[in-house]
Design a protein around this ligand. Structure first.
Ligand SMILES: Nc1ncnc2c1ncn2[C@@H]1O[C@H](COP(=O)(O)OP(=O)(O)OP(=O)(O)O)[C@@H](O)[C@H]1O
Length: 479
């Protein structure tokens, strides 16, 4: 501890204190998080999780870990200081001025790159929200706060309780279904929506309405002036069935929005993508065939008088043409050129079912009874129930809003969950939800992304139990 001098306290909760410190040797500023260590062994391990997980993450879009140590019953985690503050503060600073599209794309691309790295390590963050996404001095986005993260297929006991923030929690969590990488995607979708609108996508004055809206994927549409790709992405991310949601890898590489995001990806990420893309090379025979064909095409073209029609001239202008045999240099270039394999064509032009977008669109339109035709097969699409369990809704209906305040303890924060950090006031006139459903069903309707669910936590969390614990006086016989 003597290696650091404390500059100021930047945040304080019941168990955690965040300090801005200066490292005496280098004079660099860092954040030192002091976490009060619990007495019980299992909870002790939980507390160490953030330090352990953070120490394993090395990525330009993840808050860098420096060191961790224990002293006087405190776990101290020292990490990079992001002097630009968090995204929530940044959004609030805007007041009502919208962000420019470039900023939205840059930040979103970088947070996806950071979160994809986490998923690649089979870790779920589980508390992605604008408050946990930081900006450095030069405007780089860093995903932080791994206090709620979990390693997949780890302790089932931990998996029983989903630690999250209600505004950002995916429908499958409320529906008591297994959560997976797509649940983090939902949360990032909420952050993206906030960047686009400066509002939460799901806003309500009661728990029941909040959960209903989330479970129906019902949110006010994005401003029309935003690019079509962003509309499409948000709609895709807020699919209530996680299998229909794209993974972060899809978003960054093969989604309609990818080409808009790519210029903003950190160079390291683009390089990794290049390495992931299988490289195929022409062999010499194939190269010769293509070169021959090109040669023929040139010959055919040269039999017409280029430009005469357009310019109204009838003078023949001879074009350069290949000799009958393609030159050695052409053969050389073709032999070494990378050929886009059919696999990468799929990622560029097709959805993960293998249909091109046009074909898949047709499949979708021809398919009112939820069957998707592909390669002559009829594949039954699985669907999730539309609404959360009736039992849960009845419980929530009985719960008074002020009790919802304590429910937020499940999510380890102290604010009223129904006054989100961006909520203007407690009441919400958008509780009526159906009209908020996005329109343009055919154009924007994304298709199932089953193969894209990288991994899934085996045990589901049990919200029913959590809610019942909070409202023990509720007579279950009344339900
Ligand atoms: N690496 C960092 N760089 C800059 N500020 C940080 C960093 N990490 C945390 N902070 C800030 O420190 C404060 C406390 O953060 P901390 O993660 O302890 O709790 P919190 O975000 O307030 O609560 P929660 O437990 O809900 O995440 C917050 O204002 C946060 O923005």
């Amino acid at each position: 501890m003597e290696r650091y001098s404390i500059l100021r306290v930047i945040g304080e909760g019941s168990f955690v204190r965040a300090l801005l410190v200066r490292t005496r040797s280098s004079q660099e500023e860092h954040v030192l998080k002091e976490i009060r260590l619990p007495k019980s062994h299992s909870k002790l391990e939980d507390s160490r999780r953030e330090a352990i997980l953070l120490s394993r993450m090395k990525h330009p879009n993840i808050v860098a870990f420096r060191e961790a140590f224990e002293v006087d019953g405190l776990l101290c985690v020292v990490m990079e200081f992001c002097s630009g503050g968090d995204l929530l503060q940044r959004i609030k600073q805007q007041k009502s001025a919208q962000f420019c599209v470039n900023d939205i794309l840059r930040w979103f691309s970088q947070m996806c790159a950071g979160a994809r790295y986490i998923h690649d390590k089979r870790v779920l963050h589980r508390d992605l929200k604008s408050k946990n996404i930081f900006l450095t001095e030069n405007g780089t986005v860093k995903v932080g706060d791994f206090g709620s993260a979990c390693i997949l297929n780890s302790s089932k006991a931990y998996a029983q309780t989903y630690v999250g923030t209600p505004y950002y929690v995916a429908p499958e969590i409320w529906e008591n279904k297994p959560y997976n990488n797509k649940s983090d995607v939902w949360s990032l979708g909420c952050v993206l929506y906030e960047l686009c609108t400066l509002r939460h996508p799901f806003q309500a004055s009661s728990w029941k309405n909040l959960i209903l809206k989330v479970c129906r994927g019902s949110y006010p549409p994005l401003p029309r002036q935003l690019p079509y790709e962003l509309h499409y992405l948000v709609k895709h991310i807020f699919k209530t069935n996680p299998k229909d949601r794209p993974s972060l890898n899809t978003i960054l590489t093969s989604h309609r929005v990818s080409k808009l995001l790519r210029p903003y990806s950190p160079p390291e990420v683009t390089e990794v993508e290049e390495r992931r893309r299988p490289m195929c090379r022409w062999n010499r025979d194939e190269g010769k065939k293509v070169a021959d064909l090109l040669g023929e095409k040139s010959l055919i073209k040269t039999s017409t008088f280029e430009g005469s029609e357009f310019h109204g001239e009838d003078t023949a202008r001879p074009r350069k043409q290949w000799a009958l045999e393609p030159s050695d240099s052409v053969m050389e270039v073709l032999a070494n050129a990378s050929l886009m394999s059919s696999e990468s064509m799929v990622s560029m032009n097709q959805n993960p079912t293998g249909c091109t977008h046009e074909v898949a669109d047709t499949c979708f339109k021809l398919d009112p009874c939820q069957h998707t035709l592909f390669k002559g097969e009829s594949i039954q699409r699985r669907r999730w129930e539309k609404d959360p369990p009736e039992e849960l809704l009845l419980l929530l209906e009985k719960a008074e809003v002020f009790r919802a305040f304590s429910t937020f303890l499940i999510h380890k924060a102290g604010d009223d969950p129904l006054i989100g950090p961006l909520s203007q006031n407690h009441s919400d006139d958008t509780d009526g939800s159906e009209q908020e459903k996005n329109v343009d069903e055919h154009r924007l309707e994304p298709r199932s992304d089953d193969e894209d669910t990288d991994f899934e936590e085996e045990s589901s969390c049990n919200w029913m139990e959590e809610v019942e614990k909070l409202w023990p006086c509720t007579e279950t016989s009344d339900l």
